[in-house]
Design a protein around this ligand. Structure first.
Ligand code: HEC
Length: 168
């Protein structure tokens, strides 16, 4: 008789646990049962030419010839060149070298494709500001794009800095 009592007590206890479990699972699952979109689950097609708020339109590198014709909206000044230099030292010097001389002057370039000498006067003349701005924003053949690290205006500052590097 004693065992029957203990067994039924255990049974009731087990049932209580199961019910509690069901309640807990329902409660915990509540969030996943509501209508929702998991990040990356659906890709929303953007209408052509859409730009993020406060962002600038970045032409893809295939349209470099169009980007090359864009005028530089940031007038070169001491401040602009200083901002450009800060970004150059951070993002570009590892490959292009501290003076933009290219080759293997940058520590990364010794293990990567040696970049061209950006101080070369002929090279500087051959490229428009827009061309280099596009190079920074959209990337080159192997050079990475910097549109996530820098704003379009910051890239113009970098171009202004690059212009000061031209060998005299
Ligand atoms: C990972 C190495 C690497 C980094 C970092 C890098 N570059 Fe380059 N860059 C290259 C290489 C390599 C080339 C040569 C050709 C190519 O890949 O497009 C190049 C080419 C260039 C050119 C010449 C484009 C032309 O043909 O007129 C410019 C200007 C330039 N880079 C500027 C920058 C600036 C500014 C930054 C920093 C925002 C930067 N690069 C960061 C590797 C790099």
């Amino acid at each position: 008789m004693k065992y029957v009592f203990i067994l039924s007590l255990l049974f009731v206890g087990a049932m209580a646990n199961v019910m509690l479990g069901v309640i807990v699972i329902r409660f915990v699952d509540n969030m996943t049962e509501t209508p929702r979109i998991v990040p990356g689950e659906r890709v929303f097609a953007m209408p052509a030419g859409v730009v993020p708020r406060g962002g600038a339109m970045i032409l893809p590198k295939e349209q470099r010839d169009v980007a090359a014709k864009l005028p530089n909206p940031v007038k070169s000044s001491e401040e602009s060149v200083a901002v450009g230099k800060t970004h150059f030292v951070t993002f570009c010097a590892p490959c292009h070298g501290p003076e933009g001389k290219g080759g293997v002057t940058g520590p990364v370039a010794t293990k990567f494709v040696p970049p061209p000498d950006l101080t070369n006067t002929e090279f500087q003349k051959a490229r428009t500001d827009g061309y280099w701005h596009s190079y920074i924003m959209a990337g080159g053949a192997v050079m990475p794009a910097y549109n996530e690290a820098m704003s379009s205006v910051e890239a113009w500052h970098v171009v202004n800095y690059l212009r000061t590097l031209a060998a005299k």
